[in-house]
Design a binder for this molecule. Sequence first.
Ligand code: PLP
Length: 394
Amino acid sequence: MTVRSALTQRLEQEHPLDTHPETRVDFDRVQLAARQRYDRPFLLVDPTIVRTKARRFKAVMPRVQPHYAVKANPHPTVLRTLIEEGVGFEIASIAELDLLLELGVPAEEIYYSNPVKSRAYLEYAAAKGVQWYVLDCVEELRKIVAVKPDASLYLRIEVSNVGSDWPLSGKFGAPVPDVDGIIDEAVRLHADLAGVTFHVGSQCRNPENWRAGMESAKRVFRSMKLKGLRPRLLNLGGGYPVRHTKPIPSIEVIGEVVNRGLAAFGPEVRVMAEPGRFLVSDAAWFVCQVVGTTTRGGKRWAYLDAGMFGGIIETTEGLQYDVVTERHGKLVPYTVAGPTCDSVDVVMRDQLLPDDLQADDFAYIPNAGAYTTAYASNFNGFPLPEVRFVGVGS
Ligand SMILES: Cc1ncc(COP(=O)(O)O)c(C=O)c1O
């Protein structure tokens, strides 16, 4: 069960749903783009929405510098837009690092937030001038220090992911009993363990997770100081949600929780966050086509030309997309699958779609700019989705 404080409840009542008007590309434009040209699934992105979202994030949390999680959508036009907005970056690999360096991003604005990195990747990033590296265990601490003894380090701690549609705990994040051992080892190695980070889970619909995460970070700061370290970076991670089918707290609600929590961190502490989904998801529609429909054992099926290998993958872990079509038949539950021969390629169950849906119809998914094209592969020979931009031949 999700536990909500009186503060969160009050804030949610004041700003109940995220109904901010900027959060969608105009559907007429999307339909027009599909009619003008369609040869494979595509994402239609409006960079002005990316811009607006970056500004909104900064306005709500003025003390928090956003560092975009490149993995959400690494398209160079998206990255360029965020560079123009003064956003920094968080990377998971050296390919992401190269992409940013080619676009002229200074290495010092790039944070290496993948908790377990290969020695070769660390050497490459260090040679390119990356200064800040995350870790969540003593083995990674020793590995980083062996490659770059003067690295600035931040510790990823485990926090609650309750109420997040795409939980990220379990794989990464030091559990409380491990934290002291990591701090002790940093002291022994004379390493500059200088900050704390956490991830509340992606598409986090529970603002309490940020409050609790900051409380935990405060305790870890205290332990670091007691042992002679100089913590000065608080990294609030990602998780800021966008609208799909479930209600979400607005960024203003989350911002109030964060801003209150920040009062406990002195001016010597630099605060950053790693929003991915929030900055790009609303800026795009994913457009694909129905390959075929059928009824099997009394259940309706729709096969699309993009499934879990073609960019629609987050639904397999419970995220629910809205799917818009141009049919007006009675809405009935469908099983929706991708075009490949793999039986795991089933992306939605009991998705309400019109009973007259047919092959060659378009299926439009709003707010799908994050974690769609970035995930896609050529499995079975199907093409990668194209990324198109509003106003550029669309
Ligand atoms: C370390 C790290 N930071 C930030 C993000 C971005 O999260 P979100 O897109 O939910 O904001 C992720 C997502 O997986 C991540 O792993």
